[in-house]
Design a protein. Structure first.
Length: 516
């Protein structure tokens, strides 16, 4: 073989190899293009009628715009593009080089006055971080604001700016907690003082002669040879005794004597009653910002209502310690709330009788107002200081006006009442905690054993601060192979089945352990 022939064959082999490589590359090109397909890497947000210059990292040869009626593109040079918005919506822009590589790709979102909306939000709410993003004819608000009221304000401002034809969706979050715990303290001290002074006179005659007297009051003093005593009015005296009526009181001074031949019995009644009542209630209630929560610790008492023709219906009225409030979290953690605390109790003063039923009256302390304060700050929303005096004089007409001696025909009552009431509210911004961090009043309580109840007289047992009963783990059990649910079980003899029967289900059931 000559040298020329060898050279020709070598060139033919090289040409065939190059052809095979080119054919293989051509056949693999579609698969490679499918694997390297990429989504737009950038996002460009524009307002209608606004444009933006885009500088490319390297020269381009081809340009693609998905919807030119939404955004149009003008080529300034091989490395610069002008993109401007024409109508609200979303489209895609691609720029490629001569080899088909992507030079620039972006999702173009066009909305109404988006640049002005962002500037307006930055001016109106500088402390907030809000982004306005157009999406298919609507605007999505994302970011963080200080309070729930800022969410509504931002949505209203954007809606007024873009018009009613564009829907505004808010996904804004608040930076402050939304749960508010309200602590209310209601303290009252009431003191009363009553003084009674009364005089009764009566003559008596052991021979059943003529007698007269001046009496008032409910009590009476009994005179007998053995001495004086006191018993309720209306009780008849036994034979050989004399009644000296007196004014109902704690102390009665009686005297017997003869004046101008007339036997006279007199009684001086002195009474002083002092009372002191203190009351303290501290209801606590937690609610979400903007929601109304109510609380009642008390009960209901029935009130009969006449329906006519002898029919009587019953209506119930609440009493006790109640609280209702509506909090709203404002900027910088401040809280505006509408609060209504109330404390009421049953009393016999002012009760009425209806068809043989006694309907009690209520003594009520109630306040309702709106205040604004920060978390942990206290406000006295109500206070009462009352000081009343009452003097009542009962006298015999004519005789009670006689100087000096008229005091024997008069009785008087002097009454003074003093009341001081204070209502204080304290709100807190709170967040939920783990159940292990909450302490209950029943923690550590344990019922006494029979021996402790009978011989030691114990009504309770336990230790302060001890842990409360909790769930316990079930003892471990061994599952035999082939006994899983849905598995085929081999046929066994009855004796063998009893020997391999699984443990009762009660052994594997979880439960609670309570100390007796």
């Amino acid at each position: 073989m000559t040298t020329k022939t060898k050279t020709r064959r070598l060139f033919a082999a090289l040409a065939a190899g190059a052809l095979a490589v080119s054919l293989g590359a051509g056949m693999a090109a579609p698969a490679q293009a499918q694997l390297t397909a990429q989504a737009p890497r950038d996002t460009l947000t524009l307002s209608v009628g606004r444009g933006e210059l885009v500088n490319l990292p390297r020269p381009m040869t081809d340009l693609f715009v998905a919807q030119s009626e939404i955004a149009d593109v003008q080529v300034r040079s091989a490395t610069a593009l002008y993109v401007f918005g024409k109508a609200a919506g979303q489209t895609t822009v691609y720029a490629t080089d001569r080899a088909g590589n992507v030079v620039y790709s972006a999702n173009v979102r066009v909305g109404n006055n988006l640049d002005s909306v962002s500037s307006m939000l930055d001016l109106a709410m500088p402390e907030a971080s809000i982004a306005a993003t157009p999406m298919n004819g609507m605007i999505l608000l994302t970011g963080t604001v200080a309070s729930p009221s800022d969410v509504e304000e931002a949505q209203a401002l954007v809606q007024a700016f873009v018009g009613e034809e564009t829907q505004v969706i808010s996904r804004l979050r608040t930076a402050t907690p939304l749960q508010v715990n309200l602590q209310v303290r209601i303290a009252e001290v009431s003191r009363s003082l009553v003084r009674d002074i009364g005089v009764n006179l009566q003559t008596f005659d052991g021979t059943s002669g003529f007698q007269f007297g001046v009496t008032r009051g409910r009590a009476a003093t009994q005179y007998a040879p053995g001495g004086l005593g006191t018993f309720a009015g209306g009780t008849s005296a036994s034979e050989g005794t004399t009644l000296i009526p007196g004014v109902g009181g704690a102390t009665t001074l009686a005297a017997l004597g003869s004046l101008f031949g007339v036997d006279i019995a007199g009684a001086l009644d002195l009474a002083e009653r002092e009372g002191l009542v203190t009351m303290l209630a501290e209801p606590n209630l937690t609610a979400l910002s903007g929601e109304t929560a109510s609380f009642l610790a008390g009960g209901e008492f029935p009130i009969p209502l006449s329906q006519g023709l002898g029919a009587v219906s019953v209506e119930y009225k609440q009493y006790g310690v109640s609280l209702a409030f509506t909090p709203v979290v404002l900027n910088n953690g401040r809280i505006s709330m509408r609060v209504r605390p109330e404390v009421s109790e049953l009393t016999d003063q002012g009760s009425v009788q209806i068809n043989g039923f006694t309907v009690p009256a209520l003594t009520t302390r109630r306040a309702e107002t709106t205040v604004e304060l920060g978390s942990g700050q206290s406000f006295m929303i109500a206070g009462l200081l009352r000081n009343s005096h009452n003097t009542t004089v009962d006298s015999t007409p004519g005789l009670g006006n006689v100087p000096v001696l008229g005091a024997l025909f008069r009785s008087n009552r002097w009454r003074r009442e003093e009341t001081e009431l204070v209502i204080i509210v304290t709100p807190y911004l709170v967040q939920p905690v783990s159940a292990d961090q909450i302490v209950l009043p029943t923690d550590g309580y344990r019922s006494p054993h029979d021996l402790e109840r009978v011989f030691l007289g114990s009504t309770f047992d336990g230790e302060t601060g001890a842990s409360r009963p909790g769930p316990t783990m079930a003892p471990p059990t061994t599952v035999q192979p082939g006994l899983e649910t849905g598995a085929a079980q081999p046929q066994q003899a009855p004796a063998q089945q009893n020997a391999q029967a699984p443990a009762p289900a009660s052994n594997a059931a979880p439960g609670f352990s309570f100390n007796e």
